[in-house]
Design a protein around this ligand. Structure first.
Ligand SMILES: Nc1ncnc2c1ncn2[C@@H]1O[C@H](COP(=O)(O)OP(=O)(O)OP(=O)(O)O)[C@@H](O)[C@H]1O
Ligand SMILES: Nc1nc2c(ncn2[C@@H]2O[C@H](COP(=O)(O)O)[C@@H](O)[C@H]2O)c(=O)[nH]1
Length: 399
């Protein structure tokens, strides 16, 4: 049986937190986890995003953490519910797709960032109802046919897959477009952005810097599509170690001779580059076959056969046309609500004007949360009880 409902929202409307004065507090909320009180709300300096400050009770001092992820824009009020490794934030008076957020405070990603920076880090991720399909990471030596296979998949299933557009410091090839094939950038800029935590992974490949930005993966998720990442083995290893749950596929050439032929026939690299890519290919193939990173290895000998096996792996064999795309499920929370928590259930009590008590409840189940950075916490489930004037977006009311 669950414990008695406990109101965990601690609005600091009176400007005081445990006897400490807070200046200009408007629409701020605190959530206490252990010795730390997280003060979350609109910035005092007039910026539009929600800011975070931490009061460390054990040290008796304020800490301004490094904040990773896209910050939510400020709103008319916030509720905060501490969970194990993150704080659930419900935004009042925001659009349905912008109401549920998580402030990660002790997730794998946050701990990793704290280790790198040696200071306090928190990270924002948006709450997503249900479970989206896992992203697909495709790796393999240069010239094996990754891009060709991905193009075929995107052409056949345009509404299902979205490509994660990487950043690179290499020069564009003839037909390549900035922002479509890659974000072409400069080394110094990319290095600065890596330090700022904008990249999910990055690696030096064949003498240039390549990386997947958190935003590149978020953009695909926002479009309701399954993300495909075309990255090298080092990048795949980094993603495997991150909080992003994905399927990892390694594409192998039938032989080194065939790989060389494909690279030469493609005609996009200089002789020096071809030789460098072939040298690197031997080590990549060895790592791809022996490492624990990859879930599947596909040999790309005959293109059509390899493509059919790829579709089978992704559960797409037998699809005559792409399955219909369903929009994201959203809940439209009313402006007036109170929040409590019983076990893994967050009870949102929706109070209509004139009512003292409400019979309208939304119950958010946070028992199966997954992931976090880059940008999204998935696995939220919900149940709606009663009649809602605001209604639920994208789903029928359950009772
Ligand atoms: N099974 C195949 N048989 C013959 N040629 C192939 C096959 N698969 C791909 N190719 C050709 O090989 C060349 C390299 O393919 P592609 O550019 O897709 O490789 P890649 O793995 O994406 O390389 P990179 O990592 O350098 O981007 C292309 O010209 C493509 O048309
Ligand atoms: N670790 C990463 N590797 C990447 C990324 N984007 C591409 N790549 C890999 O680089 C090589 C070379 O690509 P090319 O376009 O110059 O031929 C190839 O193996 C790609 O898979 C990335 O974001 N991160």
């Amino acid at each position: 049986m669950g414990e008695a409902p406990a109101l965990l929202v601690d609005d600091v409307q009176d400007g005081a937190l445990n006897g400490l004065e807070l200046k200009n507090v408007t629409c701020k909320t605190t959530a206490t986890v252990g010795d730390k009180a997280y003060v979350i709300g609109g910035a005092d300096d007039g910026t539009l995003s929600i800011e975070v400050q931490i009061f460390d009770r054990s040290l008796g001092e304020w800490v301004r953490p490094t904040v990773r992820g896209t910050k939510p824009v400020s709103c008319n009020g916030l509720s905060a519910v501490p969970l194990e490794d993150r704080i659930l934030i419900l935004k009042k008076g925001s659009k349905p797709d912008d109401q549920i957020w998580f402030l990660e405070i002790d997730t794998q990603y946050v701990r990793q960032q704290q280790k790198i920076l040696g200071s306090e880090v928190v990270a924002w991720s948006k709450g997503v109802i249900g479970n989206a399909e896992k992203p697909v990471v495709i790796s393999g030596p240069s010239g094996v046919g990754k891009g060709t296979l991905i193009s075929m998949l995107m052409k056949e299933f345009p509404s299902m897959f979205g490509f994660s557009v990487s950043h690179t410091t290499r020069a564009p090839r003839g037909m390549e477009k900035d922002g479509v094939h890659y974000h072409f950038t400069e080394k110094s800029i990319m290095e600065k952005e890596i330090k700022e935590g904008k990249f999910l992974e990055f690696a030096s490949v064949h003498g240039n810097l390549y990386g997947t930005s958190v935003e590149a993966v978020e953009l695909v998720a926002d479009a309701g599509k399954r993300c495909i990442l075309d990255i090298d083995v080092q990048g795949a290893r980094s993603v495997r170690a991150s909080s992003l749950e994905a399927i990892f596929i390694f594409i192998c050439p039938p032989s080194m001779e065939e790989l060389e032929k494909r690279l030469r026939d493609r005609g996009t690299e200089t002789e020096e580059q071809i030789l460098k890519r072939l040298r690197n290919a031997e080590a990549e193939i060895e790592q791809g076959k022996s490492s624990q990173v990859f879930d599947f290895i596909l040999y790309n000998e005959k293109l059509e056969e390899c493509y059919e096996r790829l579709k089978k792996l992704l559960g797409l064999d037998g699809f005559i046309t792409a399955p219909p795309k369903s929009g994201p499920i959203e809940i439209d929370l009313p402006m007036d609500h109170s929040v409590s928590k019983i076990d893994n259930k967050i009870i949102i009590n929706c109070i209509s004007s004139g009512e003292k008590e409400s019979k309208n409840l939304i119950i958010l189940d946070v028992s199966s949360l997954k992931g976090g950075v880059p940008g999204r916490t998935r696995g939220l489930n919900f149940q709606a009880i009663g009649s809602f004037s605001n209604g639920l977006n994208g789903i029928d009311q359950l009772s």
